[in-house]
Design a protein around this ligand. Sequence first.
Ligand code: HEC
Ligand code: HEC
Ligand code: HEC
Ligand code: HEC
Ligand code: HEC
Length: 286
Amino acid sequence: MRYSVMILLLSAAVLIGASMTGANYRDIFGKEFLTKPWAGGQVKESVCISCHTSDIIKPEYRDIPQEWKQSWHYQNNVSCKDCHGGDPDDAEAAMSPERGFIGTPDYAEIPQVCGRCHIGILKNYLESGHGRALKASKTGPNCVTCHGSHNIQKASIKIINEARCSRCHSYERAKVMKQALFLTEKKIRDIDEDLKRLKRAGVFTDEEDKTLFRTHVEYRTLFHTVNVELVKKSTDKFAKKLGLIEDKIDKTFRELEFRRNFSAFFMMLFTVMGIVVFMLSRTYKD
Ligand code: HEC
Ligand code: HEC
Ligand code: HEC
Ligand code: HEC
Ligand code: HEC
């Protein structure tokens, strides 16, 4: 009896410990499998893809479907026809203008193609130095200059680098922009990490996740203004919004710490009591 109580206490302690440190199975599974291109299956094969991987296509175009399958768009069901138009179910008429096929968009038309879905970004872009320069003289970069067209990945400030941003003007301009974005981006990443830790500790963080996500989306459209002054000015506003989430997280961490100390204390108390009971019973027997 005594032993089984001790064993029960011990295994409870082990279980509690494991659930505090063990990562959420679904998170791991998602990270390992669901974001890999070959997890696939959401986008059904279309006639565009089967024909465009066949021999009748020029070798330099033949890799396009494969590139696209590595992309974030593929993961999110954005397919050939979403950018090029056409009919992905009808091999005969797939590329006919009557079915909305637009072919390869011209350099200056690309923002409109992408902007059908990325509406807020298109607006900021069109009002920016880049958008104005594209319209006036085709000298500004379009969406594809910075994101590519088929293998588009999740965006981050890593896109701002010397090779890409010094093609048309000095890198200095781009660098100030990157510096202005850097601190807020870092803060967002830190909060994200903290939320993951809390989730692993079994804390429900849905509301904070949503607020952080919304704030991040809003923040990330800012870049497309390429207005360094605006970004600097907005930094305070975003710091305040993020600060509110940070305060909540800190409070939760403190509560967790308290609960942990509290349960550790009881665990110790029980163990000591167990030992005392054990010793006492020995004394009586002897
Ligand atoms: C039966 C074969 C076939 C089908 C089906 C097909 N394509 Fe094509 N596509 C071609 C060929 C051939 C070319 C010419 C490329 C070349 O010269 O190798 C081409 C060219 C293109 C081009 C670039 C040329 C241009 O007009 O600017 C795009 C973009 C394109 N296809 C998209 C699509 C999309 C989107 C679909 C599905 C809605 C599709 N294709 C379906 C065979 C096909
Ligand atoms: C997110 C939008 C988007 C999707 C999805 C997309 N394309 Fe494109 N595609 C473009 C843009 C923009 C261009 C022109 C810029 C460039 O060449 O990179 C282009 C160019 C092309 C070209 C001409 C390449 C050249 O060098 O002139 C072909 C062929 C093509 N796409 C086929 C496809 C096929 C097939 C699919 C589906 C497997 C597909 N695209 C999916 C945006 C897209
Ligand atoms: C001069 C380079 C450049 C051009 C041009 C550009 N982008 Fe971006 N884009 C970026 C950078 C850098 C980020 C990441 C910003 C960040 O993380 O703060 C980004 C982020 C994004 C995001 C993710 C942000 C979010 O809110 O989800 C999308 C979507 C996007 N761009 C689409 C577009 C579209 C559409 C166009 C054309 C209208 C475009 N971009 C033009 C560099 C560019
Ligand atoms: C049919 C709608 C559609 C079109 C057209 C489209 N996109 Fe997207 N795009 C999406 C969706 C849906 C996502 C995934 C959700 C998200 O991450 O915002 C996405 C994600 C992205 C991302 C990653 C955003 C992130 O979270 O970091 C970038 C960058 C991007 N798109 C750029 C482009 C560019 C450049 C074009 C044009 C060549 C384009 N998109 C055309 C719907 C579209
Ligand atoms: C295809 C050419 C091209 C590329 C590539 C390019 N830019 Fe630009 N950029 C321009 C043009 C054109 C202007 C507007 C005219 C000017 O002010 O020189 C401009 C202006 C700017 C400005 C000043 C905007 C203002 O309103 O004062 C910033 C900041 C900037 N670019 C950042 C970047 C960053 C960051 C990148 C890389 C992610 C980049 N650019 C890549 C062509 C380019």
